[in-house]
Ligand binder design. Structure first.
Ligand SMILES: C[S@@+](CC[C@H](N)C(=O)[O-])C[C@H]1O[C@@H](n2cnc3c(N)ncnc32)[C@H](O)[C@@H]1O
Length: 174
């Protein structure tokens, strides 16, 4: 019974995500291997404030939240993904004295990233272009990590090439 309910739940998530994709907001999760590669860059550690723009089911944030003492915030507008995030975050106890994981059910265009150390995004180039002025509000020395797509409006600091032509790009606000 539980397996049937879980299967129905995930089928519903995938269907609704595809429907959302059809109207221009695709959901494709960052592969776990890529998240581990980002971790190996050593840019996210205890004390880092992370914001993920378009956080999906919070897979990226949950990984770093469970491994480090980070404060993590995600912005997501797809209702099923917000719901999935809340369920999955509840499972990983997303609030303790030293760290917090919050999913904001609102558009990333309203995200305050002025005090953020690391912004993570897996978004299409045209969306990254629209967000370029928001990135400029970030403090000096803060980082933007983008999976697969470049932010042409910013100079890239580091590119990690991955199999199948994928890449991780790191930008530093100077
Ligand atoms: C390619 S998926 C990446 C999901 C997640 N970041 C990951 O890497 O696993 C892009 C996500 O951005 C979300 N999204 C698109 N436009 C958004 C907006 N204006 N505000 C918040 N989230 C948005 C989509 O619903 C989707 O979950």
């Amino acid at each position: 019974m539980i397996i049937l309910l879980l299967t129905l739940f995930f089928v519903a998530i995938i269907t609704i995500s595809l429907l959302i994709g059809a109207i221009g907001v695709p959901y494709v999760p960052t592969p776990s291997k890529v998240i581990r590669s980002i971790d190996q860059l050593g840019l996210i550690k205890d004390g880092t404030n992370i914001v993920e723009l378009g956080s999906g089911d919070a897979k990226f944030l949950r990984y770093f939240f469970s491994k480090y003492q980070v404060n993590a915030q995600g912005y997501e507008i797809a209702p099923m993904l917000i719901f999935a995030s809340f369920l999955l975050c509840w499972r990983t106890k997303c609030k303790t004295k030293r760290k917090e994981l919050v999913i904001h059910a609102k558009s990333f265009s309203s995200a305050d990233i002025s005090k953020t150390d690391v912004v993570y995004c897996y978004l299409l180039p045209q969306t990254l272009k629209k967000l370029a002025p928001n990135f400029q509000t970030m403090k000096k020395g803060s980082l933007i990590i983008s999976y697969d797509f470049a932010i042409h409006e910013l100079p890239v600091e580091q590119v990690l090439k991955l199999p199948k032509g994928k890449k991780i790009l790191v930008y530093r606000i100077v």
